[in-house]
Design a binder for this molecule. Sequence first.
Ligand code: NDP
Length: 602
Amino acid sequence: MTAADRPAVDRDGLRRKYREERDKRLRPDGNDQYRRLTGRFSPNLDDPYLPVIEREPRTDHVTVAFVGGGFAGLVTGARLKEAGVEDVRIVEKGGDFGGTWYWNRYPGAQCDTASFVYMPLLEETGHMPTEKYAHAPEILEHCRRIGKHYGLYDHALFHTEVVGLEWDEARSRWTVRTDRGDAFTAQFVAMGIGPFNVPKLPGIPGIEDFGGHAFHTSRWDYAYTGGDPSGAPLDRLADRRVALIGTGATAVQCVPHLARACRELYVFQRTPSSVDVRDNRPTDPEWFATIATPGWQQRWLENFTANQSGGRAEEDLVMDGWTDLARRYRTRINAVPPGQLTQDTLLAAFEDSDFEKMEEIRARVDAVVDDPETARGLKAWYRQLCKRPCFHDEYLQAYNLPGTHLVDTDGKGVERITERGVVAAGHEYEVDCVIYASGFEVGTDYTRRSGYDPVGRGGLRLSDHWSAGMRTLHGIHVHGFPNAFLVQPTQGANHISNIPHNLTEAGRTIAATVRHALDHGYARVEATREAEEGWVTLLLSGAGRLLGSPDCTPGYYNNEGQDRGLKDRLNVGHPHGAVAYFAFIDRWRTSGDFEGLEFHRP
Ligand code: NDP
């Protein structure tokens, strides 16, 4: 369809509709509306996959301790090993590497970003993803592959949670305490706890009273449903009535599997996801051989990021829903006559491309879903990046199956759970099982989600240092916390569509810093106060968050619609975008100057 053929967009009408839909959903309790998996759900937090193996507590010393065995720990561990640091100890709550991919084994789980850029260290480990969007078992196996390839199993402690990190000034090292009684020391510590390490439930009344079966998607109960993570049919649900609460990225992936298996499936929706085309396909090995020439993954990473985050790229290697919005935006910008580019024309171009994209996504619902009332309910009325965009070719189709029912709550959500089922809009739906696809704690303070509060130099607690908001140098170093590093996107590239790219860059940077300290016999490295302040000032000079603006319908992208002031303004990335950050951090770590850090001898 050419631009001329497209129906005119009623901009004011859409803006009004978006505001109305947002206002319906705003609620004063924000993040407090949720609860953790306590009470009847606490056994659900135990590891259903691997038994806990008894071991003696560790009281030894390692060069680097890493909190978290997901992608962050794996890629940082890998870069440290490449830099010749042999004793890297990853401490991980799960029974193996994988992080979110260890826990999330719900049916249909797969990566939403193309495997070639999403799965880290493909070139180093020689793995060809079998699909454009690999499924979860392959990603979990890849985590193990990285662990084996780099010898990261040697020092790892699994089924172990860090409960305390304390800087020992006299000995220039950290004491790491865990829930398994360990109290070992490490010259350096790094933290990669991930954004989805704490599952949450809606804090609705009656949740403990339900008489049937219940679980959270991150702890899928295959013993109850039948089937397995590789997609075998959920063969124990044929006579079951199942309620699924939530319609985010997780629900979008597991609904088709449930819809095929359950006698009746009720999907309780508060806000619809935007569901664009997935277009997954197996990887053709011959094609892969043509692209997998030396340096290929870095080229793909840089190309994806450039296409996504306002950089310049001649071609679009990934070509998917993530790069589509940016492509449309660029086309519009390129059409603006030179000299007429202003902040207003840029914002207008962005809004126009978004309206166009979302109209297409809404039209897709009508094209796919047979029942007009169901189709009406499944349309998302907000800008695409207000909530996590979703991509699927079987989700909307699932609502055409006779046993699958959308229960749209018009933004209000489920009211309560009874002994027999789920109540929405005053109607009780009797079910045998309630599955909570209700997501993870995201907007709460870091030290609440990490489960420990690092104590740095002079007894400074991280929670105190960050009481007014996160403060770092480059999203990695924190003044007052020597020899400690963060591995996460915020205050760095903040490249949300491909989190692993942020992590691999942080891993490289940390490995270079540690190597430098070790080579020169430094006992301690720390960001200076001035450098941290300078970085924070730079962050605050930007336009603020692009993702999840306050105008958006509430969700974790905009802290459930609540303005946390400075905390939100610090919850950003480099003001010039991901491409600029990655270029900057590459120059920074390869220059050998380590500007902003101070190294000290023993
Ligand atoms: P989300 O937080 O995205 O979704 C939770 C869902 O629960 C929302 O639809 C929410 O509605 C709904 N909900 C909350 N309270 C109620 C209530 N009282 N009544 C009815 N519904 C309610 O969690 P997900 O697990 O889906 O996804 C979390 C993140 O994990 C994603 O955003 C994504 O970043 C990541 N993910 C990545 C995947 C991948 O890359 N392959 C796959 C799956 C997840 P509302 O929107 O109104 O708040």
